[in-house]
Design a protein around this ligand. Structure first.
Ligand code: DNO
Length: 364
């Protein structure tokens, strides 16, 4: 298991590689080429440059988050084969630079959705939150809210250029129901997984966040059945999962501990986003509002030791990154992606892992 830290690149991230290197236990960076639009090949020279800068800082670059899948592929438009060809070439280029895991998602239009990027907590920090009643009727309003709340940073999955055509995009998805979206994901995987097998890259799908439909858009990676379907649709160890604990646990019917155990046992979890969330009013039937808490168990609704134990018990040997962090100690930056709280997250996860290693070795 290696702990990693998401980094958006020299031009796009206020956090430096030098600072990331000083986080105890952090072995690598989860990188991206943020400026390349979905559907376009990532040139090998750009990947090489990124790898060199990460390695020069004493860190490893083994995971990419994300190589985004274009809307044309998700919709199944006439351009999808062209875009899939570019994706396949990107896989080859990444493999040639030593990348092992590609995190991606198959969520239509919107990647993750939160209603508040600056939700105040009693200790004076702030965090991301999802309050159902604050989801507007008009999707343009959520685009504006996210863009206004993100302090001039582009957030992953919320590319202003792509979303500037929101009406056109939603119309293009009008015919895409769950069945069709599933068929399109299957088509994509059948096309790319043979290349992954050939060059040793693992695809790791990110679950839907939140794990249910909003704005009438289909959601197909939201529960145990969906993950089972994914594994079976192309039955290859290269066709795997980014187990985002927070996204899965947002629906209290999902048993995140069981998912971690089951899919690690099956060798299908290649990457984990570790985060804790606190459900708001959990006793209210059907209520799935929550905020992203500090990592330690006592602050949220999830038992972090049990989550790490599930991975440890089944010999997880992939990559973990702390997921979003709160903004603490006066830090400002890309919401969810500051330095301090995520660094605390790594230290905490590392401590749990070391304890499990030592106690399991001595049988304590
Ligand atoms: C949010 C992230 C997602 C994730 C993508 C993967 O902060 O967890 O944007 O990177 O869904 O493609």
């Amino acid at each position: 298991m290696d702990l990693t830290f998401r980094w958006y690149g020299e031009k796009d991230d206020p956090i430096s590689l030098e600072h990331i290197r000083q986080i105890p236990g952090c072995k690598g960076v989860v990188g991206t080429l943020f400026d390349i639009p979905a559907g376009t090949e990532w040139p090998r020279s750009r990947i090489h440059q990124l790898r060199k800068s990460v390695e020069t800082a004493g860190l490893a670059l083994k995971v990419i988050e994300s190589v985004n899948v274009s809307d044309d592929i998700k919709i199944g438009s006439e351009h999808r084969d062209e875009h899939i060809d570019a994706y396949i070439q990107t896989i080859r280029n990444l493999a040639a630079e030593g990348i092992e895991v590609i995190c991606y998602n198959f969520m239509p239009v919107f990647d993750w959705i939160k209603t508040d990027l600056d939700y105040p907590l009693p200790d004076g920090s702030s965090t991301l939150a999802f309050i159902r009643k604050d989801i507007p009727e008009d999707p343009q309003q959520i685009i504006d809210a996210i863009s206004n709340g993100s302090s001039d940073f582009t957030l992953p999955g919320w590319e202003p250029k792509r979303l500037s055509h929101i009406k056109r995009l939603l119309t293009a998805y009008a015919e895409v129901d769950e069945t069709r979206l599933r068929a399109n994901l299957s088509y994509f995987l059948k096309a790319v997984i043979p290349t992954c097998e050939e060059c040793g890259i693992k695809m790791a799908i990110h679950p839907d966040d939140p794990p249910y439909s909003l704005f009438g858009l289909p959601r197909i990676i939201k529960n145990r059945e969906d993950l089972d379907w994914l594994c079976k649709t192309v039955d290859s160890p290269c066709n795997g999962i980014t187990l985002c604990c927070g996204s899965i646990a947002e629906d209290p019917r999902n048993d995140v501990y069981e998912f971690l155990r089951e899919f690690t046992r099956r060798g299908r979890i290649h990457f984990v986003h570790m985060r804790n969330i606190r459900h708001l009013n959990p006793s209210m039937p059907g209520n799935r509002d929550f905020y992203e808490s500090a990592h330690p168990s006592e602050y949220g609704s999830l038992d972090m030791v049990e989550m790490v134990r599930a991975l440890h018990e089944y010999g997880f040997d992939g990559y973990i990154r702390p997921d979003h962090g709160r903004m603490i100690w006066g830090e400002t930056g890309r919401p969810g992606y500051g330095l301090f709280d995520r660094a605390l997250g790594i230290a905490y996860i590392n401590g749990i892992w070391e304890t499990l290693e030592k106690t399991s070795a001595t049988g304590a």
